[in-house]
Every structure is written in C-alpha cells, then in structure tokens.
Design a binder for this molecule. Structure first.
Ligand code: MG
Ligand code: MG
Length: 251
C-alpha cells in the first residue's frame, strides 16, 4: 500500500505542476494515465462502475466525479483532481484542489480550510480513537468558517479494493463509531462547499455539483494507522504543502 500510495502521490504532484490557464482537463487525464501505466500500475478509476477516465476533474462548483473534457482551465478556476492507482494488488487514492493562476481570496481560503480539515482528521488516526473523531475534526473546523460539509459522499476504508468498509463521513460525534485499530487504512476526503452542503448530479450520471452553484474543494489522503500514529501513504516527503498554512485558518 505504501508503493501504491507513493505512485498516486507522484501522479497527483505531476498533474498539479501541469495546471495552468489553457490546459484542458482531458490533457491532464491523459498525462496521468500514461504515468500510471508507465509505472506498471492501473488507473483504478477507469472502468470503475463504468467511469470512463483515469482522473476525476472537478472545476469550481463541481464537487467530485467530474469528467475530464476539452474544457480549458482558466485563470481564477479552482480545479479538484482525484486519482487512484492499483499497484501490486493494492490501491492508493488521493485528491487535491489546485488554484489556476490568480484566484480570489475566498476560493484560496476554501482550499486552505479544506486542507487544514484533512490534516486535523489525519491527526485523529491513532489506535483507540473512533471514526467519529475523524468526522468531528473536519466538521468542527469547516463549520466554524460557515462552510457546507458534503453529506452525500464520504471517505472510506481502502486496501485491495478502492472502496472498502467502513464509510468515513466528514462529520460526526467525538468518541463514537468504530474504534480505530493499528493496521487500518483509510481514504479520508473532506469535500467542503463554500455555501450549502447540498449537491446534485448532472445528466452525465457522474458529475456532482453544488446545489447553489458556489465553489467546492476536495482533498484526500490515504492514511495507514500504526502503533506510532498516522502514516500518510500519499504524502511525498519532499513535497511542500500546496498552500501556505496560514495562521488565519484556525477557528
Ligand atoms: Mg479519491
Ligand atoms: Mg476516495
């Protein structure tokens, strides 16, 4: 799982470096798929319940599961990239939201808070904690900023399959739910909306958008629980945080 996590993190970072005004999300998809196959892995998303691409490309009000397309990213967009790989029989799953060129402060803050929500959730991944602690860590911070936490989609256990039990909501009550044990591996993925938490699915049957059309950010790591605490399998040691972790993020 470390190998799968590392590869998908490398793909995520390679795609991030390609993001700029004018690049199409289909170009990003093709680059990701090539990189995955060159590494001897499979793009887990492609064909998953019929999903036709190797990445999900969700722009602005699109929350998750957006189709890569001929749409060219433009200055001011925020672009959520989600990717999964299967390597050696195990899956890694990661997502990030990238600002395209110069982006307004409201959207940058949305991304920063989503990233901070994910970090706080990861810090709950210790043996003896509960799933509700993960959800609460996200909920507490996101709601302090008045953001909507997507209910319709959640994080998940991960291993030989991408989606394994248990479901990991981005909301919850501390000390409740399944007790976390060493050896569990989770894909934790806050989906944070600037406005309402409510979503709808477009006619393509996949693309999820916010009901009010306001922007959404999605970030995800695959995290192993060890006796020494959380080990983030999709973090590259050498990669800097996407956004400076501003002091103002804290509630
Ligand atoms: Mg994902
Ligand atoms: Mg996932």
């Amino acid at each position: 799982m470390r190998a799968a996590g590392r590869l998908v993190a490398e793909v995520r970072e390679a795609v991030r470096r390609m993001v700029q005004p004018g690049v199409t999300t289909l170009e990003l998809d093709m680059a990701a798929e090539q990189m995955i196959r060159d590494a001897g892995a499979l793009p887990t998303f492609k064909g998953y319940h019929g999903f036709p691409f190797s990445i999900c490309a969700s722009v602005n009000e699109q929350v998750v599961h957006g189709f890569p397309s001929a749409y060219a990213l433009k200055e001011g967009d925020i672009f959520s990239l989600d990717c999964g790989v299967t390597l050696g029989g195990f899956v890694g799953d990661t997502a990030t939201t990238v600002p395209v060129g110069r982006v307004d402060e409201d959207r940058l803050k949305l991304i920063r808070v989503a990233e901070e929500c994910l970090e706080r959730a990861i810090q709950q991944c210790w043996p003896g904690k509960h799933l509700g602690d993960i959800g609460w860590a996200v909920q507490e911070l996101a709601e302090a900023h008045g953001y909507g936490i997507v209910r319709d989609y959640v994080g998940h256990g991960i291993g030989r399959k991408m989606h394994e039990d248990p479901q990991i909501p981005n909301y919850g009550k501390p000390g409740t739910g399944i007790k976390i044990r060493s050896g569990y591996v989770f894909a934790i993925e806050p989906m944070i909306n600037m406005g309402t938490h409510k979503t709808k699915t477009l006619k393509d049957g996949w693309t999820v958008v916010t009901l009010d059309g306001r922007p959404s950010a999605h970030v995800e790591h695959t995290v192993a629980v060890t006796e020494e605490g959380p080990e983030v399998l999709t973090r590259l040691a050498e990669s800097a945080p996407t956004q400076p972790q501003a002091e103002t993020v804290g509630a």
